[in-house]
Design a protein around this ligand. Structure first.
Ligand code: NA7
Length: 537
């Protein structure tokens, strides 16, 4: 058995894994390796091949802030699709030499730290063993898919795939009857594509998506050139915003508007400008204050209803009464999602009213006894976010208890980057941080810098290992929950709360006060409050 010794072992070759490789290998000159379960770089963009997969953040800010990667790269669209993102990662691989330090097709299945050697021993399913001082699971928040247990699922004889495990060759639905189960960000994207090609489309909707216009466009050579030139500045601007986006958050709450017509005009304008501006830049209190939330919801619903001709479908897609507060579940960005429902062969099956009870060899049965016979099904039921994949990686604490068991009754971490009992383990883009409320690459950049500086401090001062203090982690957990309780987020059953997975503890999994506040807290723990934040040896 060969044992590979390295300073740092990263799991995953997506945005966070590659950022960390760059920071630790190229800037700190440590010996660093990546273990990646997939066959190539790209993380989520290598894994998610379903039709219509596209990023919800505009170029060029959805990219690495590393000059070697952007100086000779052009984006062809404002919101790039999966194929272009995959090509981008190939380019990044070449520019940063990722592949030479990555073991592909290798899945970690156990990891344990030993305080006497101050080393992690990490093993993979294919029999590799790594020994590393630092262990960095960079597995993303959406790498463990969620497939509900439906009776008869195996008996279905048509083509069926969860969107996260889509066949590389794709699924040809021309002339076929199809079903999409789920209307999250993924279901909306699949529907937009399939409804254009299939003979008949059934969208199984339990909760309407409060989707917003993407306003995607192709970029002409002149804009591409300008964009490439401006990339550094545009990313720097994004890093100065609450969510790492191309716009600043709203500063005016609903009550700050003297005239409600002006407020409505502004909110409508944010809808028209597209992207997440309606979510982040319309009203400062949109997800905090019920009146502001209703004000925004009513405008959003009116705009959607204007686009859908059939009043029954319009009521299902954008009900007059909001089923949950606006923006407390992840809105999708759409291009012509709502227009698909103006076609007579595109139907909505209301699974709130009539849940799916079982699959049959030919299709899907709902509790009113109806069977929807279809040739192909896209299961867009989402992910066991963040903790799902981390809990299934076989990571054990100092007592030999695995991370999933440790978090069975709720997550404990310090700033979502370190976990008591798991010394020298760093988690980027994960729990109890602003992760899903940010533009990933910009946010990860900060966390990668924090991790680099912490490791640098340890190397310089001879610290063998750090372990976050339980008290500090408990306080952080309390703060994350307290912030959430000041908002409307707990009123929605969402994956942000772990509420989409049966049996998962329902708690706020992410930090809602934005990137800037979060950075300050992390920096204080590394510097002034180091001793009260970390045990070190
Ligand atoms: P999401 O956002 O979790 O969406 C899953 C969808 O599947 C959602 O509409 C669910 O309805 C629906 N769902 C889940 N289970 C069922 C059952 N049993 N029956 C019917 N419908 C069901 O996942 P996505 O993949 O779309 O997006 C995940 C994130 O990845 C996304 O937000 C981006 O950040 C990237 P529900 O809303 O629970 O009523």
């Amino acid at each position: 058995m060969t044992v590979l010794e390295t300073d740092a072992l990263i799991v995953g070759a997506g945005f966070s894994g590659i950022y960390l490789l760059h920071r630790l290998r190229d800037q700190l000159h440590l010996n660093v390796k990546i273990v990646e379960a997939g066959s190539d770089v790209g993380g989520t963009w290598h894994a998610n091949l379903y039709p219509g997969a596209r990023v919800d953040v505009p170029s060029p800010i959805y990219s690495f802030n590393i000059e070697e990667t952007w100086k000779d790269w052009n984006w062809s669209e404002a919101y790039p699709g999966q194929k272009e993102l995959q090509a981008y990662f190939q380019h990044v691989d070449k520019a940063l030499s990722v592949g030479k330090d990555t073991f592909f097709n290798s899945r970690v299945n156990s990891a344990q730290f030993d305080t006497t050697t101050a080393r992690w021993t990490v093993k993979t399913e294919d029999g590799k063993t790594f020994v590393a001082k630092y262990f960095l699971p960079a597995v993303g928040f959406a790498s463990q898919n969620y497939l509900p247990t439906w009776k008869g699922y195996e008996s279905y004889q048509g083509i069926i795939n969860h969107t996260a495990h889509w066949p590389r060759g794709g699924v040809d639905v021309r002339g076929k009857r199809v079903a999409i189960i789920g209307t999250g960000a993924t279901g909306v994207q699949v529907t937009q594509e399939w409804a254009k090609e299939a003979a008949e489309t059934f969208v199984f909707q339990r909760t309407p998506n409060y989707a917003l216009p993407m306003n995607n466009k192709t970029l002409d050579p002149a804009s591409q050139k300008q964009m490439q030139k401006d990339t550094g500045d545009l990313i720097a601007h994004a890093a100065s915003t609450t969510g790492g986006m191309h716009f600043h958050s709203a500063t005016k709450a609903l009550a700050d508007w003297e005239n409600l017509d002006d407020a409505a005009k502004h909110v409508n304008q944010m809808y028209d400008e597209g992207g997440f501006k309606f979510w982040g830049a319309s009203l400062a209190d949109i997800t905090v204050n019920e009146d502001a939330n209703k004000f925004a919801y009513d405008i959003w619903a009116k705009r959607v209803r204007e686009r859908v001709h059939d009043p029954v479908k319009a009521e299902l897609l954008a009900p007059l009464e909001a089923p949950h507060p606006w923006g407390t579940k992840r809105p999708s960005l759409e291009q012509d999602y709502y227009e698909q429902f103006n076609k007579p062969n595109v139907h909505i099956v209301n699974t709130k009213k009539h849940p799916i009870v079982q699959f049959t060899p030919k299709g899907i049965m709902t509790d009113d006894g109806k069977i929807y016979e279809v040739d192909a099904i896209a299961v867009a039921t989402g992910f066991d976010a963040s903790t799902g994949s981390l809990s299934r990686t076989g990571i054990h604490d100092l007592d030999g208890v695995d991370l999933g068991t440790r978090w069975k009754n709720g997550i404990i971490s310090l700033h979502g980057m370190t976990v008591p009992g798991f010394p020298n383990m760093f988690l980027p883009y994960s729990i109890q941080s602003p992760t899903p409320f940010t533009n990933g690459p910009v946010f990860i950049q900060f966390q990668a810098d924090w991790i680099r500086s912490m490791i640098e401090k340890m190397e310089k001062t001879g610290i063998r290992y750090i372990d976050p203090q339980l008290k500090a982690a408990q306080e952080w957990r309390a703060e994350v929950q307290a912030i959430a309780n000041m908002t409307l987020f707990p009123k929605a059953k969402s994956w942000y709360q772990g509420a989409n997975i049966p049996g998962k503890p329902v708690e706020q999994m992410y930090y809602l006060a934005g990137m800037r506040m979060y950075f300050e807290r992390c920096e204080a723990a590394r510097d002034d409050k180091f001793a009260e934040s970390f045990f070190s040896a």
